[in-house]
Design a protein around this ligand. Structure first.
Ligand SMILES: Nc1nc2c(ncn2[C@@H]2O[C@H](COP(=O)(O)OP(=O)(O)OP(=O)(O)O)[C@@H](O)[C@H]2O)c(=O)[nH]1
Ligand SMILES: [Mg+2]
Length: 319
């Protein structure tokens, strides 16, 4: 291995935040050396607990992540936070209170916060987030939290890769269980009803229970429902307990490996798709993709032969 990479990794693993930031940027941007870096880091991963949190915009995800981070810090755990959200307070463009909170964190090297943009390179966000989590894991963080706004498939793909997925609901705001994307309800290992200081928390709870009575999960786990008031720190300890409860269940039922295998199967398909697409693209610049599309639309050529041709070309390149 390149000795520079080794020095870099040594620094990263000793907890140097600058080496960590540089490593995450490198994998996020697919900058030169990204794959050598990830290959070298992989053997050091698999130790961190990865917790995904998703919920509607403004449901209190960042506030909750904040409270959990404090909770785990008290137990001397080191924390890495990835906020996949352009409006996140962690990006610095937020209200004063959030900014003060953010500084709070920065004074504690035991908490590392990183935000990722939801818009950008074609797809790839789930991959970039997963790779950033890999880097944090290799750097020795005990716990990694990933916050995403639960609005689309992208977000589902991101948090699904966590060891424990938390779905955050709030009373009122038309946030009724029925209106939440079905795909998001299904990924919850733990439900949080945040802003329980508001009216309607019981109703949300009843709706979750009703939904749960209709479907059983493959792992036969019934996701607990935790009521929180994140802005006051109410329910944080109970949430941490619920998270630990699911982890203990997975262990007891011997499901840890199975879940990991399932996650890797999904991630591998995604990685292969990305890699193949990149190869195919190498055979045609963006302009020719447009030209091909025009030719197909005008029925000057058929897409089936074209795909065979491009894939064949990529294959020949490999040898
Ligand atoms: N009343 C009440 N307000 C809360 C609670 N938790 C958070 N808030 C407030 O709700 C607002 C949004 O909180 P955030 O933590 O930024 O929510 P978020 O889900 O991260 O928001 P986005 O990242 O923008 O989607 C803030 O003003 C919080 O102070 C709660 O339990 N009760
Ligand atoms: Mg947020």
């Amino acid at each position: 291995m390149n000795p520079d990479i080794q020095t870099w990794i040594d620094r990263l693993r000793s907890g140097d935040p600058r080496a960590l930031a540089r490593a995450i940027s490198t994998v996020e941007n697919r900058a030169p050396g990204w794959s050598d870096l990830l290959k070298a880091l992989f053997p050091h991963t698999g130790k961190a607990r990865v917790i995904g949190l998703t919920g509607a915009p403004g449901s209190g995800k960042s506030t909750l992540v904040d409270q959990l981070a404090k909770h785990y810090r008290k137990a001397n755990q080191t924390v890495g936070i990835i906020a996949v959200d352009p409006t996140s307070p962690y990006t610095g463009g937020a209200i004063l209170g959030d900014r003060i909170r953010m500084q709070d964190h920065y004074s504690d090297p035991g908490i590392y916060i990183r935000s990722m943009a939801t818009r950008g390179a074609l797809g790839g966000l789930a991959r970039a987030t997963a790779d950033a989590a890999t880097v944090l894991d290799a750097s020795g963080r005990d716990l990694i939290m990933i916050e995403t706004v639960g609005v689309g498939q992208d977000e589902v793909d991101i948090v699904r890769l966590a060891d424990v997925t938390i779905v955050i609901l709030v009373p009122g705001m038309g946030d009724d269980v029925q209106t939440i994307k079905a795909g998001i309800m299904e990924i919850a290992d733990v439900f949080v009803i945040n802003k329980s200081d508001r009216e309607g928390a019981e109703r949300v709870e009843r709706e979750i229970r009703a939904m749960q009575s209709l479907a059983t999960r493959n792992d036969h786990w019934t996701p607990p429902i935790v009521k929180t008031v994140a802005s006051e720190g109410v329910g944080t300890a109970e949430l941490a307990e619920a998270i630990a409860g699911y982890e203990a269940y997975l262990k007891k039922e011997n499901l840890v490996l199975k879940k990991n295998v399932e996650n890797w199967q999904e991630r591998l398909v995604e990685m292969l798709r990305d890699a193949m697409l990149e190869k195919a693209r190498a055979h045609m610049d963006g302009g020719s993709l447009e030209r091909y599309a025009a030719e197909i639309a005008e029925h000057k050529r058929d897409p089936y032969s074209l795909v065979e041709e491009i894939v064949g070309g990529a294959e020949r390149d490999a040898f």
